[in-house]
Design a protein around this ligand. Sequence first.
Ligand SMILES: Nc1ncnc2c1ncn2[C@@H]1O[C@H](COP(=O)(O)OP(=O)(O)O)[C@@H](O)[C@H]1O
Ligand SMILES: [Mg+2]
Length: 256
Amino acid sequence: MKSIAVVSTAGGTGRTTLTAALAMLLARRRRPVVAIDFDPQNLLGAHLGLDTLSHTGIASAIADSTFAWHAGTWRNSEGVLFVPHGQLTLTQLAACEARLASAPRWLADAIAQIDLPENGVVLIDTARYPSQQADHAVRCADLVLCVTPPEPAACATLIARLGDLRAACANVKVIVNRMNPARDMQRDALAMLRAALGDSVSLAQRVHLDAALPESLARGTWFFDDAPHSQASHDLQGLANWMDAWLDPRRTGERT
Ligand SMILES: Nc1ncnc2c1ncn2[C@@H]1O[C@H](COP(=O)(O)OP(=O)(O)O)[C@@H](O)[C@H]1O
Ligand SMILES: [Mg+2]
């Protein structure tokens, strides 16, 4: 079983969108998948097919140690086991973050309780980095996917935090999301990112901008089913293929 944290240093980069899409696409490749919502926004469930925001979840167990977080899990129509974050008040959220700060292994210990086979994967959607939630996820991850749009401010915040991310997890990959080749500015931002990353962190994959992606979410359908031949669908399938190969225990030599 491997854990993958999906993080970003800017807001609204596509962390939740990519976590949900990858969970679905890996489940369709017959991989046992657990998707954990570790972001107080509590939105991953909506992407995975829940009609309402779940009131309780993994964070309820952090704020109140008598609550068993396994109680609130739910399996979607394609077999993804979903662990909601839970809807916390400001006071509960402060208590939750204080507990995470004082118990640095809380999330790692919770994930260790999940009984997944060797080929299984735990995907963790996080709050924006730096935060207690993202820090926990990065520290217990075998792979960190950093999502960024190819825009100067977002790339600059990623570059500024890259040292911390790499100190916490040896395996960091950058996913460029919302690529729009028609925009010159994005080319400049990508060049800046590439120069800053060097060879040590690979700029693994790109996902193109597609206005149909949020529309599919609003309709409650899967974008890669609605528009299977779109560039963004190809990008997502390519990313899922790459992850599937990375996760294959028979191909550990290819894990770079
Ligand atoms: N490749 C993309 N093309 C178009 N819209 C996208 C793409 N990726 C994400 N979005 C949209 O961007 C918004 C923010 O995405 P979200 O996954 O909620 O970001 P985060 O979890 O990082 O805050 C959503 O409306 C989502 O539908
Ligand atoms: Mg999100």
